[in-house]
Design a protein around this ligand. Structure first.
Ligand SMILES: [Zn+2]
Length: 220
C-alpha cells in the first residue's frame, strides 16, 4: 500500500457501510470510472476520468425496477483541485464545526469557499454539511448528514491511496506569489469569481487562518 505522507492518513476510518475493502477500482488512472462508493441513503461518491481530468461526484442515485442504479441530478461534482483542497485543508475545520454543533452552547457558522463559488457550509439548527455551488438564481449541490460526512472522509482516504500522485501535482492559486498581495486575490477568477471581493475585504477567516498555516509550514 502506498505510503501517504499527509496528515489525513492518520485519520481513523469512520467505516460503517462503506465498502472500503473492496471498492470497484482500477489502477489505471485513465479508465473512465475509478470507483463508486455508497455513503448511505443512496448517496454515492463516484470518481471518474472525463476529458483527461479527474472528477469527484457526490450524488444521489436512484434504483430502477431491476435494482440497478442510475445517477440523478441531485449532487455536485468537484474537480481534483477542489476535492484535494477539501481533503487537505478543510476536513478538520468541518469536523471541528460538527463538534461545536453538538455543543449546544456554541453557535456554529462555517462557510468555506473552495473556489469558483463552491462552498462548504454548516450552520446552527441544521445538522448537515452542505456542499454547494452558488450560482444565482439557483444553486446546485448536496446535503450530507454528519454520518455521511464521516463516510465521505473514509472515501477520501481510499481515493487518496488510489490516486495520491495525482493529488500531489495539484497547485493552489492561493499559494502562488501573486496572491501574497490582496490585489492578486481580487483579480483571481477562482478566489473572486463574482468580482465582489473588495480591497480591505479578502479571504474568509477560515481560509485566512489555513493559508497562514500553509505559508508558515512552507517557510520552515
Ligand atoms: Zn486565487
Amino acid at each position: 500500500m502506498k505510503q501517504i505522507n499527509n496528515e489525513t492518513s492518520k485519520r481513523s476510518m469512520h467505516g460503517a457501510g462503506v465498502d472500503i475493502k473492496n471498492p470497484s477500482k482500477s489502477k489505471d488512472i485513465n479508465s473512465k470510472n475509478l470507483c463508486q462508493l455508497n455513503i448511505g441513503n443512496d448517496h454515492y461518491i463516484v470518481a471518474n476520468n472525463f476529458q483527461d481530468k479527474l472528477w469527484f461526484h457526490i450524488r444521489v442515485y436512484e434504483k430502477r425496477l431491476d435494482n440497478t442504479t442510475y445517477p440523478t441530478k441531485k449532487g455536485i461534482v468537484l474537480d481534483l483541485e477542489k476535492w484535494t483542497k477539501l481533503l487537505t485543508w478543510y476536513v478538520d475545520d468541518v469536523d471541528e464545526a460538527i463538534k461545536e454543533y453538538d455543543d449546544d452552547n456554541k453557535d456554529v457558522a462555517l462557510h468555506i469557499h473552495l473556489g469558483c463559488n463552491y462552498y462548504v457550509s454548516l450552520k446552527q439548527g441544521y445538522p448537515v454539511v452542505n456542499i454547494r455551488r452558488w450560482f444565482l438564481p439557483c444553486d446546485l449541490g448536496i446535503t450530507l448528514t454528519f454520518r455521511q460526512w464521516g463516510k465521505l472522509q473514509d472515501v477520501m482516504v481510499v481515493l487518496q491511496d488510489m490516486m495520491g500522485s495525482e493529488m500531489d501535482k495539484v497547485s493552489f492559486c492561493e499559494l502562488s506569489a501573486d496572491h501574497q498581495n490582496q490585489m492578486g486575490v481580487i483579480e483571481c477568477i477562482n478566489c473572486n469569481p463574482n468580482g465582489t471581493m473588495m480591497l480591505g475585504g479578502g479571504f474568509c477567516p477560515t481560509m485566512r487562518s489555513r493559508l497562514m498555516r500553509e505559508l508558515n509550514s512552507k517557510k520552515q
